[in-house]
Design a binder for this molecule. Structure first.
Ligand SMILES: NC(=O)c1ccc[n+]([C@@H]2O[C@H](COP(=O)([O-])OP(=O)(O)OC[C@H]3O[C@@H](n4cnc5c(N)ncnc54)[C@H](OP(=O)(O)O)[C@@H]3O)[C@@H](O)[C@H]2O)c1
Length: 332
């Protein structure tokens, strides 16, 4: 493939998704971030992947969320993103916020999973190579490891910052008590936790009682992943499972069995509320997450530029009446 002649849109910071400070830090996050868990691996369409990254950046989406094992096969999302960066964005690195993670299964043997210092540091070194980067903006511990002392996992994160391989660190999916301890250790190490990344959407609200108030108390930002419940919070599954949707793929994480009659009934009723608001269900679901004051950004996954455009348009109508919030709450 020949080198790209891509030039970003000149109005990317005026015609934009808008930004919010991440917790009490000085770092601003775009209200909508793009996640590369699905749709950017070797099994996916490389032309659409390139177009989505360019379209995102052209609309002020500066934050791209990855992990070591994203894509099918593992590592392929970082590898493909690295190529896109090298060919298109080499002059724009300082305008981009790139995050990656380690904590889930990545390679064979005892050092390719969970939360040891050995795994986290080796994995970040591999991620940097795959993406052709000197540093990432945010490095996460992808999950809490009950068999590794929290001090070990957190000191690995702190050392990564001190070595200049990440500018900030974060945690993902930590139980509340472990998140509290992690915030303390990171603060004592002089590398405060920037951000907590957790699942949050109309169907999954447990973080409202734990993660959200705790993050606020500690000045930590929150970014919500799977805000569309992997696509269930859109109109696509109302009349069956379309070809090429995440639920139709053998390698995707959304199982057909999750689309029960009860779930489809809720989706249909939520879709009616969205229609009355004059927006798509996907837009309403994103606006609903962003309505929560502690949520600084939502990380969407998209399989096409069309979906990304639809999601960006969320911000045209992101307020709710009390009655709408109550009716949505009843269907969650
Ligand atoms: N920290 C963690 O443990 C963790 C876990 C999961 C995810 N994440 C992060 O969060 C990101 C997002 O997660 P996710 O992919 O599950 O997010 P999601 O936004 O809930 O679901 C993405 C899927 O929704 C569908 N979709 C998106 N926009 C749509 C629209 N406007 N209309 C109709 N359908 C639409 C697409 O499905 P189709 O593919 O069927 O078109 C897309 O693949 C990931 O990429 C990753 O960065 C983090």
């Amino acid at each position: 493939m020949s080198k790209s002649t891509y030039e970003p849109a000149a109005d990317r910071y005026t015609n934009t998704v808008g930004y919010e400070y991440c917790g009490k830090s000085g770092l601003q996050l775009p209200r909508i971030s793009l996640g590369l868990w699905h749709n950017f691996g070797d099994v996916d369409d490389p032309d659409e992947a390139l177009k989505m990254i360019q379209f995102a950046f052209d609309h002020g989406i500066t934050h791209f969320d990855l992990a070591n094992n994203y894509g099918t096969p593992y590592g392929s999302a970082e590898k493909n993103f690295g190529k896109i960066l090298k060919d298109n964005f080499s002059s724009y690195r300082d305008e981009m916020l790139i995050s990656t993670k380690a904590g889930h299964d990545m390679w064979a043997g005892p050092y390719g999973d969970w939360g040891s210092r050995k795994y986290l540091i080796a994995s970040l070194n591999q991620s940097l190579k795959r993406m052709h980067l000197d540093y990432v903006d945010i490095f996460y511990s992808h999950r809490y490891d009950p068999n590794t002392p929290l001090e070990e996992t957190m000191s690995a994160l702190s050392d990564i910052v001190k070595q200049g391989k990440a500018l900030y660190v974060g945690i993902s999916k930590y139980p509340e008590d472990k998140a509290r301890e992690a915030y303390r250790i990171l603060r004592e190490n002089g590398t405060p936790c920037l951000i907590n990344q957790d699942r949050y959407n109309i169907f999954t609200r447990h973080i409202e009682q734990s993660v959200l108030p705790l993050a606020e108390e500690h000045g930590v930002g929150v970014v919500a992943f799977s805000p569309l419940a992997q696509g269930m919070l859109s109109d696509k599954y109302i009349n069956g499972i379309p070809e090429n949707s995440r639920a139709a793929h053998s390698y995707g994480f959304l199982q057909k069995s999750q689309l029960t009659l009860e779930v489809i009934d809720k989706i249909t009723k939520l879709n009616d509320i969205a229609e009355k608001r004059g927006q798509s269900l996907a837009q309403m679901a994103l606006a609903w997450c962003l309505h929560q004051p502690q949520v600084n950004s939502v990380i969407v996954g998209t399989s096409s530029v069309k979906q990304l455009q639809d999601n960006i348009n969320t911000l045209n109508n992101s307020t709710f009446t009390d009655d709408e919030l109550w009716r949505i709450g009843e269907l969650g």
